[in-house]
Design a protein around this ligand. Structure first.
Ligand code: DQA
Length: 145
């Protein structure tokens, strides 16, 4: 069975209590459980990983090559800063969908820049948890060719 890695970056472990007016009350466990359930419906195995550390996220991207068929990534604030994450994604040549819970384009201008977007097949933002499921659907369609 094909598998997809759901990768969450810094501070996303605090979902549910972190700025609920921006990110809602959904927890990371809720996000991951919804992805696992949605994956099961689509015949896709789901693996989940979260880290607050840039290097750990890079290691997870490297380790995904040959193991997972694609990646859904919410890189948190590293989205806006990390050339290293961008390079890691380019290096593994896996289809990657970038997700953000909030609409980063409707927020501070520093959030409008994404180093992930140029190396992703697409970006989904502003739909909360639903965005992760939309990203999974995009990958499933991609796998179907
Ligand atoms: C976020 C948006 C980022 O700008 C922010 O730094 C986050 C969360 C989102 O999911 O909306 O940590 O990626």
């Amino acid at each position: 069975m094909r598998s997809v890695l759901i990768l969450n970056g810094p501070n996303l472990n605090l979902l549910g209590t972190r700025q609920p007016e921006v990110y809602g009350k959904t927890t990371l466990a809720d996000v991951e459980a919804a992805c696992v359930a949605h994956g099961a419906e689509k015949g896709i195995e789901i693996a989940c990983f979260q880290s607050n550390h840039e290097g750990a996220l890079i290691d997870a991207i490297h380790a995904a090559k040959g193991v997972h068929a694609g990646i859904v990534i919410n890189a948190g604030a590293y989205t806006h800063t990390s050339i290293a994450l961008m390079d890691a994604i380019s290096s593994v040549e896996l289809p990657v969908v970038e997700v953000h819970l909030s609409n980063i384009h409707a927020r501070e201008t520093f959030r409008h820049t994404s180093y992930i977007a140029p190396v992703a097949i697409g970006q989904i933002c502003g739909f909360g948890l639903q965005g992760y499921l939309m990203a999974l659907d995009a990958l499933v369609q991609r796998f179907a060719g």
